[in-house]
Design a protein around this ligand. Structure first.
Ligand code: IMP
Ligand code: MG
Length: 177
């Protein structure tokens, strides 16, 4: 792998920590007296989800799902499931956790798919939101941070599978390390 230099740090570890704590507190407050069913959308969400769950103080179960969206001209909510959930979500309060919402297509597809399985409620949380890139309107209930239209890596987000391990969110430069 040819490692690229960091152009700039967009979100520091400190800012990420504050953001996760705030979201955890909001979720804890909103789900008082309920059980929560968290779904991490693989792979990008694994770092955020791991941090977030440690700030959620209601009983919760955690499951994972991996999907690919088909973004064709006649795309009508088609999503391919690479890895499905292990548990049933019938009657559950579901919170889908994403790393980043970009076009919004993945989120829309997931909602259409999971709504057919009889959950009591479905909400969305994302660490990062790039609203400038939206192709379809989506409702996001918990947003960590709104970011400009830049390609970011780190904190679970990748370029060709790499850089997910960087603890902060960075924009890469064209130059090699
Ligand atoms: P969308 O909202 O359906 O367009 O898809 C969002 C997905 O695209 C995310 O889950 C990421 O995997 C990927 N993605 C979008 N923007 C970025 C980025 O800036 N860095 C890394 N991955 C991104
Ligand atoms: Mg992703």
């Amino acid at each position: 792998m040819v490692e690229k230099k960091i152009d700039h740090i967009l979100v520091s570890e400190d800012k990420i920590r504050q953001m996760v704590e705030r979201l955890g507190a909001e979720i804890t407050r909103d789900y008082q007296g309920k059980d929560l069913f968290l779904i991490g959308v693989l792979k990008g969400s694994f770092v955020f989800l791991a941090d977030l769950v440690r700030h959620i103080r209601v009983p919760c179960r955690i499951d994972f799902m991996s999907v690919s969206s088909y973004v064709g001209e006649k795309s009508t909510g088609v999503v391919r499931i690479n890895k499905d959930l292990d548990y049933s979500i019938a009657g559950e309060h579901v919170l889908i956790v994403e790393d980043i919402v970009d076009s919004g297509l993945t989120l829309r597809h997931l909602k259409a798919l999971l709504s057919t399985r009889g959950p009591k409620s479905i909400r969305f949380a994302t660490a990062f939101d790039k609203p400038s890139r939206r192709k379809v309107d989506v409702d996001i209930d918990y947003i960590g941070m709104t970011i400009p239209d830049e390609f970011i890596v780190g904190y679970g987000l990748d370029l060709d599978g790499y850089y997910r391990n960087y603890p902060e969110v960075v924009v890469l430069s064209d130059e090699d390390v």
